[in-house]
Design a protein around this ligand. Structure first.
Ligand SMILES: [Zn+2]
Length: 426
């Protein structure tokens, strides 16, 4: 691409010649990785809802695969069990209150006699929506298995292959691999872990989360949480000199997934993400749509991030940002509250307004002629600065309301008239 990158690549090659063999040259195998995704997202696991036999089978499978990759169990074993609260209203609504969930935990001991007492966590949730009785964006499909191939058989499968890769040449710090349960019901597994840490949080260096990493398109990779440590932007930039993603590294640690539990207790975090798509939280999130080569490439990149963190001698400088009133996690389900518009917001874009990556088929947004790349700047009387103000604007309306929406299309402001709907009518 640019001259500076060519120079860096040349330097990178020169450095590789000095590095010990094995390490960077062993790439994650896309075929084997896709096999894991296929199993975890097969109908036989029933959508991996926490507390169901399908989720238990997924957990047992992950523990076996962790073992085959050279990991050791945590001191109390491969599984960290927890019970979903009986009083959590969200859990009651989802029909999972009182059920047992389990995080799967594997350990790769560090090689450095001093630094091995510190850990780097790499995590990914393996649970999904079951048969879609909660959390689904296609409620008409309740009762049908939601396989969650991208969300998040992709990330939990990548854990196995990152473990195998790092095991060939373990870094200085201990790396702890955690496949979380209960993410879809409100980050339950990661929340339980930070309240009941197996390894002291004070000796935890950083947490790297993969959630939805199987749909790489045009090499566009999002990394959230880069502002949680001062060193992260530079570190990611230099790793990307070799990987050459179209990298969008932004944001604090208050994201939509398990990294947020770790940021809340004061740890630097990263969330690796290949972005939303039309199949998100729908029955169509299937393994056939996984970009296996892209997923392997993301796994290689994540392994490089984890290795770099686990080998780093200096501390990271944690950056604290207070939690938002409404986190980005609410924004993705914004259309589940108030009136329904049916847009797919671009989570990476932080410009004025809300840029769309697309609109849902048959949605009010589609009927009104909205399309990908449109930037919503006003809904009714409410200016839209970001996802949060868009959520608030939609909540202020009822299904059936006719509202004027102002958009920027190719830099020109236009107005469209939309009849807002309800979820069920979509
Ligand atoms: Zn999800």
């Amino acid at each position: 691409m640019h001259t500076s990158q060519r120079l860096a690549t040349t330097l990178g090659l020169a450095l590789c010649a000095l590095a010990p063999p094995v390490t960077a040259q062993t790439m994650v195998d896309p075929v084997s990785l896709l096999n894991d995704v296929r199993y975890l997202s097969s109908d036989s696991l029933g959508g991996r809802l926490i507390g169901t036999p399908g989720a238990d089978s997924a957990a047992a499978y992950l523990a076996r695969r962790f073992k085959r990759s050279g990991l050791r169990p945590a001191p109390q074993g491969w599984f960290q069990s927890f019970t979903v609260s009986l009083s959590d209203p969200a859990a009651v609504r989802a029909g999972i209150a009182g059920r047992e969930g389990e995080n799967v935990v594997g350990v790769l001991p560090g090689h450095d006699s001093r630094l091995r007492n510190e850990i780097v966590i790499v995590g990914a949730h393996y649970d999904h929506l079951g048969t879609g009785k909660f959390g689904a964006l296609d409620p008409d499909s309740a009762g049908i298995v939601h396989n969650g191939a991208d969300d998040n058989a992709s990330g939990s499968s990548a854990l196995i292959h990152i473990a195998r890769k790092l095991h060939q040449n373990p870094p200085a710090r201990t790396v702890v691999f955690i496949a979380f349960s209960g993410e879809e019901a409100g980050l339950l597994g990661s929340d339980y872990y930070v309240k009941n840490p197996i390894f002291p949080l004070a000796r935890t260096y950083a947490m790297v989360n993969m959630d939805m990493v199987g749909r790489l398109r045009n090499d566009r990779l999002l990394v959230y949480g880069v502002s949680t440590a001062k060193e992260f932007p530079g570190l990611l930039d230099s790793l990307n000199n070799e990987a050459r993603f179209d990298l969008k590294a932004t944001g604090d640690g208050w994201g939509r997934s398990d990294q947020s539990s770790f940021y809340a207790v004061g740890l630097p975090v990263l969330h690796i993400f290949t972005d939303l798509h039309e199949d998100y939280h729908r029955t169509t999130d299937d393994w056939e749509k996984i970009n296996a080569d892209g997923l392997a490439k993301v796994a290689d990149f994540t392994a490089a991030i984890v290795r770099t963190l686990a080998d780093r001698r200096e501390p990271l400088t944690f950056v604290n940002v207070p939690p938002p009133v409404l986190s980005a996690s609410s924004a993705s389900s914004a259309s589940g509250y108030g009136a329904y518009l049916g847009t797919v917001p671009d989570m990476a874009d932080r410009a004025r307004g809300v840029r769309l990556t697309g609109v849902r088929a048959g949605s009010p947004a589609e009927k009104a002629g909205l399309k990908g790349n449109d930037i919503i700047v006003q809904i009714g009387d409410a200016p839209v600065a970001d996802l949060q103000s868009m959520t608030n604007a939609l909540r202020a309306h009822q299904p059936g309301d006719v509202v004027e929406i102002r958009i920027l299309r190719d830099g020109v402001e236009q107005k469209v008239t939309v009849t807002l709907g309800t979820r069920a009518s979509s």
